[in-house]
Design a protein around this ligand. Structure first.
Ligand SMILES: *[C@@H]1O[C@H](CO)[C@@H](O)[C@H](O)[C@H]1NC(C)=O
Ligand SMILES: *[C@@H]1O[C@H](CO)[C@@H](O)[C@H](O)[C@H]1NC(C)=O
Ligand SMILES: *[C@@H]1O[C@H](CO)[C@@H](O)[C@H](O)[C@H]1NC(C)=O
Length: 232
C-alpha cells in the first residue's frame, strides 16, 4: 500500500499552487493582428464619479467591471477593467507600432504603462482639467530604463530601447540619442487614448500610477501562505 506522509502531501500542494501561480502570471498566448493607428482621442468625462459615486472610467464612461471577452494585451486588468476588448486591441496595436511586434514582449513596464486606460482606478490618477496623469517615479523609472526601479535613472540617458528603436511621431528614434532624460521621453511616449495628456512624475508610491510584477507576486505569495496556514 502506498502511503504519502502529511508533509509530502503538503509539499505537493504547495508546489502545485506555486506552479499554477507562475502559469497564471504568464497570461494568454499572443493576440491577433493590431488595428490601424488613426487617433481616436478620448474626450474628458464631465465627472470623476458615476451617479452612484463609483470611480468613472475615462474610456468606458462608467465604473470598472470584469472585461468580457477577456483582455489579451492588458490581461492583468481583465477582472476589473476600465476598457473594452476593442480598446485593448488598439493598445496592442500602438505598442507594436512603438517598439515593434518582435520587441514588445520584452518590456513589461512599458506594456502596463500603455494599459493605463484599462486600469480600474485610473481616474484617481488623472486630472481632466490640467490633462495630467500622475505616474510614480519608481514605475516611470522602470518604463524608462526597461525594468530598473532606481529613480536616479530618470535624469540620465537610457539605452533600454536602443536595440528595438522607438517609433514616435512618424519617425524612428534611438532612445539614448533622442532623449536626454525621462522627461522628454514621456512627452513623446504617452499611453494610447491619452496622447493629449502630460505625464507628471510623482515621488512616493501612493496617489500615482504604479504597477509591478513584484507586487502581484507578493500578493499571490501572501495569499498562498495564508491558504496553507488555514489548511494546516
Ligand atoms: C486638477 O488640477 C487643478 C489645477 O491644479 C486643481 O485645482 C484641481 O483640484 C485638480 N483636480 C483634481 C481632481 O485633482
Ligand atoms: C530633464 O532635463 C530638463 C532640462 O534640463 C529638466 O528640466 C528636467 O527636470 C529633467 N528631468 C529629469 C527627470 O531629471
Ligand atoms: C512631431 O514632430 C513635429 C515636426 O517635427 C513637431 O512639430 C511636433 O511637435 C511633434 N509632435 C510631438 C507630439 O512630439
Amino acid at each position: 500500500m502506498i502511503e504519502t506522509t502529511l508533509v509530502q502531501r503538503r509539499t505537493l500542494i504547495f508546489a502545485t499552487l506555486l506552479i499554477t501561480g507562475i502559469i497564471a502570471q504568464k497570461g494568454p498566448t499572443p493576440p491577433p493582428p493590431a488595428p490601424s493607428s488613426d487617433t481616436p482621442l478620448t474626450s474628458a468625462p464631465q465627472s470623476y464619479f458615476t451617479e452612484d459615486g463609483s470611480l468613472k472610467c475615462t474610456l468606458k464612461q462608467k465604473e470598472a467591471s470584469q472585461a468580457y471577452p477577456s483582455l489579451k494585451q492588458c490581461y492583468i486588468y481583465t477582472r476589473s477593467s476600465c476598457c473594452t476588448s476593442v480598446h485593448d486591441g488598439y493598445i496592442q496595436g500602438e505598442l507594436e507600432n512603438l517598439v515593434s511586434d518582435s520587441c514588445m514582449d520584452n518590456f513589461d513596464a512599458l506594456t502596463q504603462y500603455f494599459c493605463f486606460g484599462c486600469f480600474a482606478k485610473q481616474s484617481s490618477y488623472l486630472n481632466y482639467t490640467t490633462r495630467t496623469i500622475r505616474v510614480c517615479k519608481d514605475f516611470a523609472a522602470r518604463v524608462w530604463s526597461g525594468g530598473n526601479p532606481d529613480i536616479d535613472t530618470l535624469s540620465r540617458p537610457s539605452t533600454a530601447y536602443d536595440n528595438c528603436g522607438l517609433h514616435v511621431n512618424s519617425s524612428i528614434k534611438i532612445q539614448s540619442q533622442a532623449y536626454k532624460n525621462a522627461t522628454y521621453f514621456f512627452k513623446d511616449v504617452l499611453p494610447p487614448f491619452f496622447e493629449n495628456y502630460q505625464i507628471e512624475l510623482v515621488d512616493g508610491l501612493s496617489n500615482c500610477y504604479d504597477w509591478s510584477m513584484r507586487k502581484i507576486m507578493q500578493a499571490w505569495m501572501v495569499a498562498s501562505v495564508l491558504l496553507l496556514l488555514v489548511w494546516v
